[in-house]
Design a protein around this ligand. Structure first.
Ligand SMILES: [Zn+2]
Length: 474
């Protein structure tokens, strides 16, 4: 290929070279700074003019937006039918590796997948997360499509903000509106139920009836079960419907909508699943996916802990309901590293599944650091241990910090092995915000940029293994 005028001294990512009308564009890098190179000025892009006539654009959300307009293949899109897989990236450098894992897989990739909580911890925004994914896709020359997931949305304003930037997939987390109905006395439960505006409608719709669900059998509500489901979820349902309506205004051409109740206290029963979806349908909410809370424990960064047969029974019920009530996907959150679960999950979900991962790509980054810059890794581990009690808040973890080895006592090789052990793995995992916002974060990014190929290859291997066990990658 011809060289690009004005890019002497830059590294050009060959796979990213594209023609758009008369202009040529590519992703280039000098030192630790990547830029978008345009062979001529184009509307919507802002950057520095080069003497040869080209323009060098910083990788900002505004330039990402202009790029999406110029190259519509880089615009996030809705999920096609079939399985899908979420590749969360907390650092903003993982997309090239994610693309390599996703290529040749039957699962549609969801690239920009970060939650409000993750963004708060890393100091990023929906806009920047999406920009990082778009430029990462360009770097790999990937034009086969992806979705963008504004994850665990707890407010309508956040949903609107993400919609404005081009997100296509919205994960509504109504957990702040879920009432712990199990803990209420019978009297209190009844009082609350009767004060619901829908109480009499709910009684006539759900009581003394049975609902036949193919593959699951008959569902019926006792009065106590109906009261519990309604008191527990009705406010959450109203909240989800409100978010859905707001998104409908922003995106009249459609969007994907997931309801996630995975971070509630108790496993989601088939009756609760049925009730929630029926009531959402009544409010014209169409689900792309539902993330129930499963039995057993799906902790971050480690394998599933619980009875696989109980998980299978839960999952079968959820899949039967999802098929009967609209054909939405069952979504598995905290899906990183659940290797013992994937074959079962893929088989029982029969292709109607979505899996979300995020923290594991951060841990793969730490593997690269442990290998290439052991002293930095030691510092990261030290900070992670220090911060653990604070950083574990809002995550469900059973880690025992007393059992952690002290960083000073470990050789480099022993440090590397920490990444294979459950407790240190979780400690490292939840500290991502503290690390990325400290000066160590900049050093970490530098190491990843310097060893970019290592990082991409390790991600491809690790997430490729997830996809293989899910049966969607050969
Ligand atoms: Zn979740």
């Amino acid at each position: 290929m011809e060289t690009l005028a004005g890019t002497e001294g830059f590294f050009v990512y060959e796979g990213s070279r594209l023609k758009a009308g008369e202009a040529e564009l590519a992703l280039v890098r000098a030192g630790d700074t990547k830029s978008l190179y345009l062979s001529r000025p184009l509307p919507g892009f802002a950057g520095t003019k080069l003497p040869e006539g080209g323009v060098l654009c910083p990788l900002t959300p505004e330039n990402a937006r202009a790029l999406m307009e110029l190259v519509p293949e880089l615009k996030p899109r809705r999920l096609p039918p079939g399985p899908s897989f979420g590749f969360g990236d907390r650092i903003g450098l993982a997309t090239p590796g994610h693309i390599r894992a996703a290529r040749g897989s039957k699962a549609f990739p969801v690239l920009a997948q970060q939650s409000v909580r993750e963004n708060a911890r890393t100091g990023r925004s929906f806009a920047q997360v999406l920009a990082d994914a778009i430029f990462g896709a360009l770097q790999e020359g990937y034009l086969e499509g992806f979705a963008a997931d504004a994850d665990h949305l707890k407010s309508v304003e956040d949903a609107r903000e993400a919609a404005k930037w081009g997100y296509t997939f919205f994960t509504c987390d109504p957990s702040d509106h879920v009432v712990a109905a199990e803990k209420l006395s019978e009297r209190e439960l009844k009082r609350r139920f009767l004060s619901l505006p829908d109480a009499s409608r709910l009684k006539s719709e759900y009581l003394d009836k049975s609902f036949e669900i193919k593959g699951l059998g008959k569902l019926w509500f006792s009065e106590a079960e109906l009261m519990r489901a309604a008191v527990k979820y009705l406010e959450a349902i109203e909240f989800a419907a409100e978010m859905y309506r707001a998104l409908n205004q922003e995106l009249p051409d459609g969007f994907d909508f997931e309801l996630s109740v995975d971070e509630t206290e108790t496993p989601t029963s088939p009756l609760e699943h049925f009730f929630v979806v029926q009531e959402l349908k009544r409010r014209d909410v169409e689900l792309t996916s539902l993330a129930p809370r499963f039995s057993g424990s799906l902790e971050k960064a480690v394998d599933y802990r619980g009875d696989l047969e109980v998980f299978r029974r839960d999952l079968k019920a959820h899949v039967a309901l999802a098929k009967a009530l609209g054909g939405y996907r069952i979504s598995l959150h905290s899906g990183s590293d659940k290797f013992s679960l994937y074959p079962l999950f893929a088989k029982e979900a029969e292709g109607l599944f979505h899996v979300k991962t995020a923290g594991t790509s951060y841990l793969v980054a730490l593997e690269v650091v442990a290998e290439r810059a052991p002293e930095l890794f030691r510092e990261i581990y030290r900070l992670s241990v220090e911060r653990f009690e604070e950083d574990r808040a809002t995550y469900h973890l059973s880690t025992n910090p007393a059992a952690l080895p002290s960083p000073a006592d470990l050789s480099d090789a022993e440090l590397r092995r920490l990444l294979q052990e459950p407790d240190p793995r979780q400690v490292l995992h939840v500290a991502y915000g503290s690390v990325l916002r400290s000066p160590l974060g900049d050093e970490l990014r530098d190491v990843l940029l310097e060893h970019e190929e290592d990082y991409a290859a390790s991600l491809e291997r690790h997430l490729g293994r997830h996809l293989e066990l899910l049966g969607v990658r050969g």
